[in-house]
Design a protein around this ligand. Structure first.
Ligand SMILES: NC(=O)c1ccc[n+]([C@@H]2O[C@H](COP(=O)([O-])OP(=O)(O)OC[C@H]3O[C@@H](n4cnc5c(N)ncnc54)[C@H](OP(=O)(O)O)[C@@H]3O)[C@@H](O)[C@H]2O)c1
Length: 280
């Protein structure tokens, strides 16, 4: 087990009470980017982890490093979350009352870049499986056990793209819009229970995401718009601790969301149509 002083120092550095830490956390998509940043921050706070992704070698490396540096227990689960059989194994873990998981982070996801009519439909369908169906199923598996214990939290990593449907990422934006709506509904359903639901809506974040989404040239995005995975993870975890329904990491993105919220849908669509084409 971790030394309490290391864990408590990490928590107090973030202004959180030491008693508030999550004992066991399951993170999907923990092999890189934002998911890896969650793993690093939570291990430093003393949480035991279950890391899920396809890239098992990378997961094992991260697990070994975190166990050695923080004394936490880290279990690795290789799973393709687009595949029902692999997903079912993770669902069983989440539903197991003998293995209470305090925090589920549905982070795994990817995007596809291009006009919908030109993108292979099999990949779009896989995107819906990972970004939406896996979140739905893992949340459904985790909730009864959390409600029974009257404690727990779920964090879904959506995207600011969920608020701004845009050409060139029709499926991606739609999957993330699903998470915004799903998360808001569950937030209210869970009100008054000891269980909470938070949706994080990050903007552009420097990770493997862009390369994997086949978005090679990002020069049109101003440098100042890029967030680090560590910042997104830290703000999102603070949002979970504060039991917020939604978290938009970084002031600039919060200002953008506030400024654009009052615009009529047709105006937003027109601006986004032109803006997104300029970015591609
Ligand atoms: N980067 C951004 O600009 C940005 C902005 C807003 C929201 N987000 C969201 O943030 C989340 C994390 O993305 P990231 O930026 O950290 O990208 P990333 O570095 O590409 O990480 C994505 C993670 O998802 C996992 N994953 C992808 N497909 C999977 C599958 N079929 N089964 C299991 N795991 C799978 C990957 O692991 P394996 O490949 O090893 O399976 C990886 O660990 C995503 O939901 C993304 O939509 C990203």
């Amino acid at each position: 087990m971790p030394s309490d002083s290391v864990a408590d120092t990490a928590r107090s550095a973030r202004g959180l009470p030491s008693s508030n830490r999550w004992k066991k956390v399951l993170i999907t998509g923990a092999s890189s980017g934002i998911g890896e940043a969650f793993a690093r921050q939570l291990a430093a706070e003393g949480s035991d982890l279950i890391l899920v992704a396809r890239g098992v070698e990378k997961l094992n490396e991260i697990a070994q490093e975190l166990e050695q540096s923080h004394g936490v227990q880290v279990k690795v689960c290789e799973a393709d979350l687009s595949a029902p059989v692999a997903r079912a194994a993770i669902e069983r873990l989440l539903a197991d009352p003998e293995l209470p998981i305090d925090l589920l982070i549905n982070n795994a996801g990817f995007g596809t870049n291009g006009d919908f009519s030109e993108l292979p439909i099999a990949r779009e369908e896989q995107e819906v499986q990972v970004n939406v169906v896996a979140v739905l199923r893992l949340t459904s598996a985790a909730l009864p056990a959390m409600l029974q214990r009257n404690s727990g939290a779920i964090l879904n990593v959506g995207s600011i793209a969920g608020l701004y449907p845009a050409p060139g990422s029709a499926t991606y934006c739609a999957t993330k819009a699903f998470l915004c709506s799903f998360g808001d509904s569950l937030f209210e359903e869970l009100r008054g229970t000891g269980v909470s639901m938070t949706t994080a809506l990050p903007g552009f974040t420097s990770t493997e995401f862009q390369k994997r989404s086949n978005w090679e040239d990002q020069r049109s995005v101003p440098k100042a718009a890029w967030l680090t995975a560590a910042k997104v993870a830290a703000d999102s975890l603070d949002g979970v601790s504060a039991r917020k329904a939604r978290v938009v990491p970084a002031l600039g993105y919060r200002a953008l969301v506030s400024a654009t919220a009052p615009l009529p849908p047709s105006t937003r669509r027109w601006i986004l149509g032109r803006g997104s084409r300029a970015l591609r």
